[in-house]
Design a protein around this ligand. Structure first.
Ligand code: ARG
Length: 406
């Protein structure tokens, strides 16, 4: 009896990846090991998902709780870098894929699997993130992308294949949107959102209430940071996972963290996306505020440029890359003194920073004040103006607007 080659599949329990389980067995003649990673997505009955994979003929199935690892090794890095692609999107899908890929590579090694498979389409960014990550972690593993390569082009083709192959098709009406979610937030695309002129219907949002229905009372929250990482909420020390879960509830209740944007995908397509990132948006806002008082000007300015590069690098699927490693080293070094407390205020869809305190604050009240006790010595300013303006003076004299006036 010849043994079959094995494939480790990233399995979500949905129709696409369920059809993948069958397709990999019947079309590719492989033994399937289905992995369901919990990165804090909604809905998950992981045991049920595991059983479903086994009932479809997978030889093994594992449900792995990756939430702490996600928070402590992935979200900490995006917080340090204030990760926002195109200055707006908090990268939630781009952050979870490298972790899922790493887990699949581990499982592939454990089972001696030759292949790893994912259920991404050929049109999005997530295929890139999975595949680049897998290649960086173990280039000897071959990657299969059934949804990209099979010829089940329409939803009807896929349903017909599912029925013919004993893949249960959910009785419930499918969401009209394509959704990806995890601890950091939720991405919603497709359906009526494809028309850029449509306001997102209310059924798009599940983590945040409509700001119009949010409480009339503002709510204050104190976030404590230690070397750039959030460590406490309202004075209570929490793991990052616990803190994000708690803050998601508070921010969501006040309708904060909604985004509606058109972004540039790596594959050259512009796409309209809605996101809900309640805790994540508040954490980045507070973290930036703490940096304004703990980072010196030049480091902060350099960091703003590198944050853009870091976010682009992660969005493009380069989590495991020399550039990303080097940028992480820079970010980590800048975080040494980003310790302190930021007070934020939620009110009807908004979050504002209303207080910042740090033992390492570079804000010097005596230098800043226009009141009593001002220690800023203005007598040096005249010489500084002369030297700082010297280039302008020289340019103006020789090339500037007044140089050629007769
Ligand atoms: N556009 C976002 C990104 O590329 C979200 C992707 C969501 N993925 C999904 N399968 N719906 O990161």
């Amino acid at each position: 009896m010849t043994t079959k080659d094995k494939v480790v599949l990233a399995y979500s329990g949905g129709l696409d990846t369920s059809v993948c389980v069958k397709w990999l067995q019947t079309e590719m003649n492989l033994d399937v090991i289905a992995i369901c990673g919990n990165v804090g997505q909604d809905e998950q009955d992981l045991e049920a998902i595991k059983k479903k994979a086994l009932s479809l003929g997978a030889i093994d199935s594992e449900a792995v709780d990756l939430r702490d690892e996600y928070a402590n090794h992935y979200l900490t890095k995006t917080i340090a870098a204030n990760g926002l692609y195109e200055n707006t999107y908090p990268l939630l899908s781009a952050l979870s894929r490298p972790l899922l890929a790493q887990k699949m590579v581990d499982v592939a090694h454990k089972f001696g699997a030759k292949y790893i498979a994912h259920g991404c389409t050929g049109k999005g960014n997530d295929q890139v993130r999975f595949e680049n990550s897998i290649k960086a972690l173990d280039p000897s593993i071959d990657i299969l992308a059934p949804v990209r390569s099979w010829n089940l082009l329409t939803r009807e083709d896929e349903m017909a294949y599912a029925m013919a192959n004993g893949v249960p098709v959910a009785a419930t009406v499918e969401s009209p949107y394509s959704i990806d979610d995890n601890l950091w937030g939720r991405a919603i695309e497709c359906g009526v959102l494809e028309d850029l002129n449509n306001e997102p219907p209310s059924d798009v949002w599940t983590l945040t209430v409509d700001p119009e229905d949010a409480p009339d009372e503002a709510e204050y929250v104190e976030l404590g940071f230690e070397a750039g990482t959030p460590v406490s909420l309202n004075g209570q020390n929490l793991s990052l996972l616990e803190l994000i879960i708690e803050l998601n509830k508070i921010a969501g209740k006040h309708g904060y963290g909604r985004l509606d944007m058109v972004e540039n995908r790596l594959v050259g397509v512009k796409s309209r996306e809605c996101y809900e990132v309640p805790a994540g948006s508040a954490i980045i806002l507070a973290h930036k505020a703490l940096e304004t008082v703990t980072l010196d000007r030049e480091t902060m300015h350099a960091k703003l440029d590198l944050e853009h590069l870091w976010s682009q690098c992660v969005y493009y699927g380069q989590w495991y890359s020399p550039l990303k490693n080097a940028l992480d080293a820079f970010m980590a070094d800048t975080q040494k003194f980003v310790t302190g407390t930021v007070r934020i205020k939620f009110y009807k869809g908004n979050c504002t920073v209303v207080g910042r305190q740090s033992p390492y604050s570079l804000y010097d009240f005596d230098l800043a004040t226009y009141g009593e006790g001002d220690t800023f010595d203005r007598s040096y300013s005249e010489g500084f103006m002369y030297i700082n303006g010297l280039q302008n003076t020289t340019w103006a004299r020789i090339q500037g607007p007044s140089a050629h006036q007769n």
